[in-house]
Design a protein around this ligand. Structure first.
Ligand SMILES: *Cc1c(COP(=O)(O)O)cnc(C)c1O
Length: 362
């Protein structure tokens, strides 16, 4: 087998090796099925068990109680930018959006097709280098909901406490930090996340929605866009992404085996600290795009004194087996995505590589 390299991609992203190995071992014939997970009917008893197991483990990890439905949908987090307003904005047809990056802006764009999104706060004038403070939020108590993005994959910023939104339902796009730490799910009316960053392959979106919100979904909505229909059918109104849901189940099992989200969070803090400490002791040679109080544990942006050095660093890093480090064009520089499954040794090796580079190019 060809050697695995360090994969710093923002998504689809690195998966835990035990998950890949188990999937590989069972790919020809899934125990109890005699066929592959890729071939099994989503209406079969054996698949039912896999579906229920993934859901159960996901709920256990986040401590989700029975007031919430967990759905496995398709269309990416991007489809949620439309489904959220279509299902949940009426009848008031206005909602608050906290804009902290490219993904939040895309959510606003779709909300405008349904009603009137109010920009409750935006840090765009600072190129999204930080998370807004509570006192900056201009919230409307009559809004249908407040929408936020917990981790800004491109700008490398992250929320560490929820905004206070009173009685208005809080909806969070957690695509790039779901399962990276414990959450008080009860503070949210809905959380959604594409799987391909921190929990599985591309093609599944997990939606956690409080059951009372399902009553807002109008019968006039297209069936496949209706949360209530998906909930009534346990995410199997149509053919669900059987393989993706299976992998999510294995990822959740892996997280449980290493001690759950508290243990995972501790490791995530350790990994991110290695990189941020490297910045902070580099006499300004390395810096992140994010301001210190908003630094993401998942996506670490890396800027150097000039773009030439950045190009040189990316080239040398790629040759040395560090893949996917090129930053997003709206920030420039480099970005190390160090999701749950990214090994600590990879961060240790990257820091040593960065320090060497600085010595040779300082
Ligand atoms: C990647 C990402 C998205 C888009 O996800 P798709 O599954 O490609 O639609 C949305 N929000 C955030 C925060 C992301 O990181």
């Amino acid at each position: 087998m060809e050697k695995r390299i360090y994969n710093f991609s923002a998504g689809p992203a690195v998966l835990p090796e035990p998950v890949l190995l188990e999937a590989q071992e069972h790919l020809m014939s899934l125990p109890g099925a005699g066929m592959s997970i890729l071939e099994i009917s989503h209406r079969s008893k054996r698949y039912d068990e896999i579906h229920a197991d993934a859901k159960k483990r996901f709920k256990e990890l986040l401590g989700i109680n029975d007031n919430y439905e967990v759905l496995f949908l398709q269309g990416g987090a991007s489809l949620q930018f439309s489904m959220v307003p279509l299902n949940l904005m009426p009848p008031v047809n206005k909602a608050d959006y906290i804009v902290t990056g490219t993904w939040s802006k895309k959510a606003v764009k779709e909300a405008k097709r349904v009603g009137t999104p109010n920009i409750a706060a935006s840090t765009e004038s600072e190129n999204f280098a930080r998370i807004p403070k509570q006192e900056e939020l201009k919230l409307d108590p009559e809004a249908a909901y407040v929408h936020m993005t917990s981790n800004n994959t491109i700008y490398g910023t992250e929320w560490f406490t929820e905004p206070e939104v009173g009685n208005v339902p809080l909806i969070c796009d957690a695509s790039s930090d779901i399962l990276s730490r414990k959450l008080d799910v009860n503070k949210y009316a809905m959380i959604y996340a594409g799987a391909q960053k921190n929990m599985g392959p591309a093609g599944v979106t997990v939606v956690v929605i409080r059951k009372d919100l399902l009553e807002r979904s109008s019968d006039s909505l297209h069936t496949m866009l209706n949360y209530k229909i998906h909930a009534e059918n346990d995410s199997m109104y149509n053919t669900c992404n059987t393989f993706g849901i299976y992998i999510i189940g294995l990822v959740c099992k892996w997280l449980q085996s290493i001690g759950g989200l508290d243990a995972m969070y501790k490791m995530n803090v350790e990994k991110a600290k290695l990189l941020y400490d490297c910045f902070d002791t580099s006499d300004g040679y390395f810096r992140g795009h994010a301001q210190a109080d908003s630094r993401s544990l998942m996506n670490v942006t890396i800027r150097l004194p000039n773009e030439e050095l950045e190009k040189k660093l990316i080239g040398e890093a790629t040759k040395a087996g560090f893949d996917g480090l090129k930053g997003h064009r709206s920030v420039g520089g480099l970005r190390a995505s160090i999701y749950n499954a990214f090994p600590k040794q990879g961060v240790v090796d990257l820091v040593a590589f960065l320090n060497d580079f600085r010595k040779n190019n300082g």
